[in-house]
Design a binder for this molecule. Structure first.
Ligand code: ATP
Ligand code: MG
Length: 581
């Protein structure tokens, strides 16, 4: 299905000129050391994420600038400046020193989006610990799996969440300290727990030395579990170079921006772009503790005059479902630049964005393993709805065949990246063999299939595991899902290959409807006709099943492997990140 291109803007007429404003800057010689110099890094042996995010700004004109505007789920409001966060993270680093931790120990957080998450994570990074943020909606089992796998020594949590996981605590033999954050000051704590407020009030605000270097481990992030058991991808402090520069080029941060990233720090987007990119750029950001509700989200944009917004396709589909009328009830004129990541952004969503927000939503692609954005639509580029954009400077991306040889434009194959970018993961925790297997013939194999066009734009086809082989045609689920959701009745679609004795697999679609539509056989026939008009005959779904909702990860990704397992009556595999549905 063809969607018209959104013409390249004239950068001279844009209200704010993009930081990366010309195509030629994408080509030619680029060297990451240019960015090191821009960040004032003189010695790679002294490089620390927390220092780059807070301390550097605390010594500059940004000292009293707000780094974090926090809005609690009950409307509470707090704000923290760069110098306050610099001091608070010093204190937390001293708390860890006082507990006898050593560099490289793992410190995990398990809390909702409250300010203490950010203080604990950056304080731990400053100290030289390896941090792991966990999503607060996890049940006891996923928490136990991750704390056992990482051998975490410290867990920072809240009293309620501590009680929620009380049953697994005796199994965590490596865990030495449990710190609880008691925001309302009422809870008296469990025997043996440490109290965050008490520890912090007794800690010094000075933590003078940078204790980490470029290659020291910083963050371990478990992947989303969309295709299987989550893997612990380990990153290093040097990744900051790329968080900074992608914030500057792709999110297009400017000094006066107010930025909002809707992802939770429990997912890599909420860490790389909900903490590191804005703060290494010295930008003010909003953190909203509450969950999704279209009108609440638009109110946040209006209240804080959010200018740069980074969200995900699943959220955009939910906003589409809520409708344009809700958009019209809010003044969203502060929004200057919108980006999306996490799943393929359906072209229909880009077109909707033009109507609802009067601008293109800019898709970009990366993974937990890549640590930062690698392929993007920049503000100055023409946007081709459905494309993830072009590689950022310094990144070589390509398409490989089954023997890991490069293929020309137009061909579909494995999306692969030349190793060596700053935010590349350095291992899978406790699984070096799996890590090694991801590198073939001098390339990092991403696990996604894609194609590149002659203009160098990359188009997502599907996860390598999800690609359907039907009568000799390889079909990416994304293409079929995007057509289905272009029908007004369809809110979401998940497409799988169903085994078939003749065609090997046939395309089967699971469809969730928008409010006001009934799952009738007439609608099923109508959707089949609609898909056949827009897709090649072999690609259009042979079967359509109506469902109330699709199985998704807690970060909002459609879990096609579960649809397939359910269809085949097979075991579901790892469901630790499955959202209730
Ligand atoms: P797991 O590796 O555990 O199966 P996951 O791959 O979903 O989970 P993440 O690292 O959070 O874990 O997600 C990265 C993946 O998300 C990418 O490999 C890709 O499949 C998908 N993705 C992210 N952004 C985009 C995008 N813009 N377009 C298409 N797919 C995207
Ligand atoms: Mg993955």
């Amino acid at each position: 299905m063809d969607y018209p291109e959104i013409t390249k803007p004239n950068v001279d007429q844009m209200p704010v000129r993009p930081n990366l404003d010309h195509q030629s800057r994408l080509i030619g010689s680029f060297d990451w050391t240019q960015i090191e110099r821009e960040l004032g890094i003189q010695n790679r042996e002294e490089l620390n994420l927390a220092h780059l995010a807070f301390d550097r700004h605390a010594k500059s004109h940004r000292r009293d600038k707000v780094a974090l505007y926090w809005e609690g789920k009950n409307g509470e409001m707090e704000s923290y400046t760069f110098s306050e966060l610099s001091m608070l993270t010093n204190k937390f680093a001293n708390v860890l020193a006082g507990l006898g931790l050593v560099k490289g120990d793992r410190v995990f957080t398990f809390m909702g989006r409250i300010p203490e998450v950010y203080i604990a994570l950056f304080g731990s990074l400053k100290f030289g610990a390896i941090v792991g943020p966990l999503f607060a909606d996890f049940g006891p089992d996923p928490v136990r799996d991750r704390l056992q796998d990482s051998g975490a020594k410290v867990l920072v949590t809240t009293p309620a969440l501590r009680d929620h996981i009380a049953s697994i605590l005796p199994e965590l033999t490596d865990l030495k300290h449990l710190i609880t954050v008691e925001r309302d000051g009422k809870y008296v704590g469990q025997a043996g727990d440490l109290n965050y407020q008490e520890l912090m009030s007794g800690a010094s605000v000075d933590f003078p030395n940078i204790r980490t270097g470029a290659d020291d481990y910083s963050i371990m992030h478990y992947t989303s579990g969309t295709t299987g058991k989550p893997k612990g991808a380990v990153h290093v402090h040097y990744a900051a170079i790329q968080h900074y520069v992608t914030g500057k080029w792709v999110l297009d941060f400017h000094e006066d921006d107010v930025y909002w990233c809707t992802a939770d720090p429990g997912w890599v987007t909420g860490t790389s772009y909900g903490m590191l990119a804005p703060w290494t750029n010295g930008v003010s950001q909003v953190v909203y503790e509450g969950g999704f509700r279209a009108s609440a989200w638009y109110s946040i944009i209006n209240k804080y005059k959010v200018s740069v917004w980074y969200t995900a396709p699943t959220a955009i589909r939910m906003l589409m479902k809520a409708g344009e009328k809700v958009v019209g009830q809010h003044d969203l004129s502060s929004l200057r630049h919108i980006c999306s990541v996490g799943e393929p952004l359906n072209p229909e969503a880009v077109v909707w964005g033009l109507k609802a927000f009067h601008q293109a939503i800019h898709d970009n692609w990366w993974q937990t393993e890549t640590g930062a954005i690698l392929i993007a639509n920049y503000p100055f580029m023409k946007v081709c709805p459905g494309s993830m954009g072009r590689p950022i400077p310094g990144i070589t991306a390509t398409i490989l065949d089954a023997n890991y040889n490069e293929m020309p434009p137009g061909k579909e194959g494995y999306l692969a990246i030349r190793p060596g970018w700053p935010s590349m993961f350095r291992t899978y925790w406790n699984n070096p063999d799996l890590y090694k297997s991801r590198f073939q013939n001098g390339w990092y194999i991403t696990g996604d299939n894609a194609r590149r066009d002659i203009d160098g734009y990359f188009w997502f086809v599907g996860r390598a595991d999800d690609v359907i082989n039907t009568a000799g045609h390889l079909v990416g689920p994304f293409e079929v899902e995007s057509v289905l959701i272009a029908h007004p009745a369809v809110a979401e679609a998940g497409v799988i290959g169903k085994p078939d004795p003749i065609a090997m697999e046939v395309v089967k679609a699971f469809v969730a409807l928008n409010d006001g539509y009934q799952p009738t056989s007439e609608l099923r026939r109508e959707l089949t006709r609609f898909a056949r008009q827009k897709l090649r005959a072999a690609v259009a779904p042979r079967e359509i099943e109506f469902v109330a909702s699709l199985p998704k990860t807690r970060s909002g990704k459609i879990m096609r492997r579960l649809l397939k397992a359910q269809e085949l009556g097979q075991p579901l595999g790892d469901t630790s990140t499955l959202e209730d549905y």
